[in-house]
Design a protein around this ligand. Structure first.
Ligand code: UD1
Length: 339
């Protein structure tokens, strides 16, 4: 019995692989390194002391995916991370996003069907709530409000999985809606390594702290929030990874289709995050106040009650931990996985 982790060399996939191994599961990792580095495999070996089975595979390539399942008959469940994830890029290249994200998921699900694999965990996002119906958002909020093609690929995949579960009562699917994952493994050996200039707040702040940017961009100080900046539910990537382990355990109970928010339930503003990071790195960071970024909402944070009650999962790390671990990773690896 093993768990296939697609996108296993990515930011969330690599942290999840460690937590699965810690929990006693066997893992088969797959990745095509489109947006990740083979160096992750070396780092995982150092952290876990194990050689983790790895298959280089593009999840959109039917033959490669077939070969992957055929050569690893021990696969019993799939955690599907492999996808494109940049919001702005998805607006410019919608066809690429629909093809890769939906095409990849369909290819994996078809192979699972051929091989009788019935357990699937899906990497969804709080982005499906769009402008949230309620804050904190709970799983019963309307989840069809995406504001960009990336978000729509998540909404559409949730629909595909819903239809699949209706057609096959043996399927067990956990849809996990992530809030804002940040931080890094406490070892500082793996972390987030974005290509080019980061879009997301935390990697940008971390790069500013090592001197790659003269200041931190603050997109809007006129939101209806306590300090005027956007509020989000930042969650430590290790907590998020443990949420996947809890979801895999749930699938073993033959749960059918289940949906969970993975967040802390606490919102922090952009200014609060910058202050927490300043404490972690011991430096003052310049703030560059800019207009609002198109498509951003004022505030969103999770109601994480359902995951606590049904999965027994609660996020443990604080915003201070998240910033300290992100800084540990960034300062030890100023250029990420690149030499
Ligand atoms: C973004 C995506 C979301 C995706 C998530 C993945 C958008 C509109 N949404 O969420 O679909 O699932 O990333 O992690 O891009 N901010 C700054 N300066 C920056 C960057 C961000 O002030 O340099 C602010 C934003 O206005 C926002 C907060 O920081 O208030 C968080 O932004 P970000 O990290 O990009 O995440 P989201 O926009 O919440």
């Amino acid at each position: 019995m093993a768990i296939l982790v697609t996108g296993g060399a990515g930011y969330i996939g690599s942290h999840t692989t460690i937590e699965l191994l810690n929990a006693g599961y066997d893992v088969v990792m797959a990745d095509n390194f489109y947006n990740s580095s083979p160096e992750v495999l070396n780092r995982l070996k150092i952290i876990t002391g194990r050689e983790i089975p790895f298959v280089k595979c593009d999840v959109c390539d039917e033959q490669q995916v077939e070969n992957l399942f055929a050569s690893h008959p021990e696969i019993d469940a799939v955690i599907h991370f492999a996808a494109y994830k940049a919001v702005g890029e998805s607006v410019e290249k919608p066809l690429d996003y629909y093809q890769n994200n939906i095409g990849g998921a369909l290819c994996v699900l078809q192979a699972m069907k051929r091989h009788g694999v019935k357990n699937f965990v899906f990497s969804s996002s709080a982005t499906v709530y769009g402008e949230p119906e309620r804050i904190p958002s709970d799983e019963s909020c309307a989840a069809n409000g995406a504001t960009n093609p990336y978000g729509w690929t998540k909404v559409m995949q949730e629909q595909i999985l819903t239809d699949l579960c209706k057609s096959d009562p043996e399927m067990n699917v956990a849809i996990l809606r992530y809030f804002n994952p940040i931080g890094a493994h406490p070892s500082g050996l793996i972390g987030e390594d974005p290509n080019g200039v980061p879009n997301n707040l935390l990697p940008y702040v971390a790069q500013a702290a090592i001197g790659k940017h003269p200041s931190v961009r603050v997109y809007g100080t006129d939101y209806p929030t306590p300090d005027g900046t956007g509020v989000r539910d930042y969650i430590h990537v290790v907590d998020l990874a443990r949420g996947h382990v809890a979801a895999v355990k749930k699938l073993a109970e033959k749960c059918g289709l289940v949906v969970y928010n993975l967040g802390t339930g606490v919102g922090y503003s952009v200014f609060q995050v910058i202050e927490a990071f300043e404490k972690a790195c011991g430096k003052k960071l310049e703030r560059n106040i800019l207009p609002r970024r198109a498509g951003d909402i004022a505030e969103n944070y999770a109601n994480p009650t359902k995951a606590r009650e049904e999965l027994g999962w609660v996020a443990q790390y604080t915003i201070e931990d998240m910033c300290a671990h992100a800084w540990n990773w960034q300062s030890k690896n100023p250029n990420g996985y690149k030499e």
